[in-house]
Design a protein around this ligand. Structure first.
Ligand code: AMP
Ligand code: MG
Length: 479
């Protein structure tokens, strides 16, 4: 134990890996060469009471500084692309400890017993993408793990070409995945499975303790949170890309950013993951996949809950998803007290947008300046060439009516329709700059993404539709 760090950095706790020692293995990080700060989230750092000084850099890059306990790599399994993989785990990440109830996790810190032949590293481009995405979703109001920092280095890492190693410092109240629970079920460790469930409830779902069946109430909570997060993805055009059950957070947070993308041109069948040949994780499949994964989580509860009970919890998924989607899309379009029948109005607009091949986010942003009583709006300019738009507009007008206070109505739309989203090419530009040693474009995009609903003119260059060159950018799992 490095006493200096302990004295200098109070407020750390060992966390779940030491509470439940069978949850993984103690592993020392393998230091990155010449570590340097590439990205840093001030707001999150304040919450964690951490500063970007040399001691913090050494601690987070595995360069000597340590805490009074060993970091832990956790074991889990999971269903990947529909098939069960019996043993996965933190193959390139370590749990350092907790601060203020938040787990601090190093992604890219070297091999672990779960690396399965991998190098245990993350490359700079993937670390930056995860950092930006976590911050972007959080500030849109979508549940997600957070990212404190990106640390770059001179450590060579081989992918298709030689790149450099990096660490994303990921932060969340819990990094437990559906796959953790599957692992202890399928390895027939029922006592440990039970202890893990109890620990999860105690630390993250204490409110279900008062229920007659706490485990059932817990599952119902996970069902609801997952449904809400998936609904948010659908409302904001976010495609996760690898919705395997080992990438599903028990807190319902967006988790494990790989080949994710916010959609540019609206295409319901959009597949962001180049390796997903069958489109299993296509944009419009996400709601169904969310439920499929929750079914995988229900299986580890079969020792204690019967089929009817599990089905009753899972049955809450669809209504919760629709409720949340209606609330988000209702706010975007200005539908007061949205009801299930509004789904047709929303869906018909999306069909028109798909047919016209318009940009998803920028088209919806037009609602921020829309006069719903007019017949000459930016929506008309984009969609009036589409068969069915005129009648859609009539139905929309009938539904919305004339706002009593148009300026206020528009201001509400502006708070529901982001003026900026994290497009793949925007991330790519900051990555190329950071690879060349310039971190300012990343810092600037990060600042802009922290206020996505606020169209500050200084960031207008980040707002346009995606340029045609960016359509060629492909994303795969090789990060
Ligand atoms: P992911 O596609 O990032 O969700 O990773 C799936 C599994 O592969 C997880 O168990 C990861 O820890 C592991 N993994 C991914 N990349 C690497 C790597 N470079 N080295 C070791 N393990 C990895
Ligand atoms: Mg993963």
């Amino acid at each position: 134990m490095d006493k200096t760090v302990k004295d200098k950095a109070p407020g750390w706790q060992a966390g779940i890996g030491h509470r439940l020692p069978w949850l993984g293995s103690e592993v020392a990080p393998v230091a990155l060469n010449s570590p340097r700060w590439v990205g840093w989230s001030d707001a999150l750092a304040k919450r964690l009471e951490l500063t970007p000084d040399d001691t913090t850099l050494a601690l987070l890059s595995g360069n000597g500084a340590s805490l009074p306990w060993s970091p832990v790599a956790q074991v889990y399994s999971g269903h990947q692309f529909g098939g069960y993989t019996p043993r996965l785990g933190d193959g390139r990440g370590l749990h350092l400890g907790e601060r203020h109830g938040l787990e601090v996790f190093l992604k890219g810190s070297g091999p672990t017993p779960y690396s399965r032949g991998g190098d245990g590293r993350a490359v700079l481009r993937s670390a930056i993408r995860e950092f930006l995405a976590s911050e972007a979703l959080h500030h849109l109001g979508i549940a997600t793990t957070r990212a404190l920092a990106v640390i770059g280095s001179e450590t060579p890492v081989w992918r298709e070409t030689q790149e450099t190693g990096a660490i994303t410092v990921r932060v969340s109240p819990s990094h437990l995945r559906f796959g953790h629970f599957e692992y202890f079920l399928y390895t027939r460790q029922q006592d440990r499975l039970e202890a893990l469930i109890e620990d999860t409830i105690d630390h993250h779902f204490p409110q279900v303790r008062g229920e007659s069946e706490p485990r059932l109430a817990w599952l119902a909570q996970v069902v609801e949170r997952t449904a809400e997060t998936v609904a948010d993805w659908q409302a904001f055009g976010f495609c996760h890309g690898v919705l395997n059950s080992d990438n599903m957070s028990i807190l319902g947070e967006t988790f494990d950013y790989g080949p994710f993308a916010f959609m540019n041109t609206f295409n319901p069948g959009y597949v962001c993951n180049h390796s997903d040949h069958e489109g299993r994780y296509a944009f419009h499949q996400q709601p169904g996949i969310g439920l499929w994964n929750l079914n995988r989580l229900a299986v580890p509860l079969t020792p204690w809950l019967d089929e009817a009970q599990l089905k009753s919890a899972l049955a809450q998924y669809e209504p919760a998803l629709i409720r949340r989607y209606l609330s988000r899309m209702g706010a975007r379009l200005g539908l007061e007290a949205p009801e299930e029948r509004d789904l047709t109005l929303i869906g018909d607009l999306l069909n028109l947008m798909a047919a016209a091949q318009v940009d998803y986010s920028n088209t919806l942003r037009h609602f921020a300046g829309l006069d719903p009583t007019s017949h000459d709006t930016p929506l008309h300019a984009l969609l009036s060439g589409q068969e069915g738009f005129a009648s859609w507009w009539q139905r929309y007008q009938a539904r919305v009516g004339a706002p009593a206070d148009l300026a206020q109505w528009q201001a509400q739309r502006a708070q529901a329709n982001p003026a900026l989203i994290l497009r793949t090419h925007l991330a790519q530009q900051t990555i190329e700059a950071a690879e060349a040693g310039d971190n300012e474009p990343l810092a600037r995009l990060h600042r802009a993404l922290c206020r996505p609903y606020d169209p500050e003119p200084q960031y207008d260059d980040l707002r346009g539709d995606a340029p045609s060159w960016s359509q060629q950018l492909t994303l795969s799992c090789s990060s």
